[in-house]
Design a protein around this ligand. Sequence first.
Ligand code: E4P
Length: 220
Amino acid sequence: MKFFLDTANLDELKRGAAWGIVDGVTTNPTLIAREGRPIEEQIRLICGVVDGDISAEVISTEAEGMVAEGLKLAAIHKNVVVKCPLTRDGIEATSKLSKQGIRVNVTLCFSAGQALLAAKAGAYIVSPFVGRLDDVGATGMDVVRAIVQIYRNYGYKTQVLAASMRSPAHVIDAALAGAQIATMPFKVLDMLFNHPLTDKGLEQFLKDWGKAFPEPAAGR
Ligand code: E4P
């Protein structure tokens, strides 16, 4: 499973990248706006930190504008994946960009039917938003499971990226569902490390070692 960080913040990306377990980055207009730099500049900086797929989203709402923006975003760096929303225009833009060899992440996907449209348009990635579905009383992970099954049935190559992850449990469930990618805020990636038995076990090991070898360098 690939782990992407769902942030445009360079400090968070540097911390995650140092662990060697971050395969890519997703951004959206909200995350880019939070950092205060023009999108081209911010995406270029992100590409310098993480070597993997970096999603950058268009803000046009009609197909022609999305294609023009998508071409510009894709020209920033070879790792850029253009993000288009799952609207009629977004799907038209996805078809057009995909035919030109531009990799597209179709975002704001909330149903398996919508995900079928993305696959048929040649999307490289589809992003079902699990947390936002949970927020409105649905079960977001059911949608991820259905998409994985449908894509498998027909051999679609579009990768399923479980987005809007709010907890380590979401990441584990997405892995069990067979999503190829999970994108998560830095906080969720960080929480995946935590287990009280790891802390307790380490404390005990060090205590036992210290008793046997009171001199710091001894016993090595
Ligand atoms: C995905 O690409 C989106 O940027 C993201 O996962 C949305 O998550 P949110 O619902 O926590 O804003």
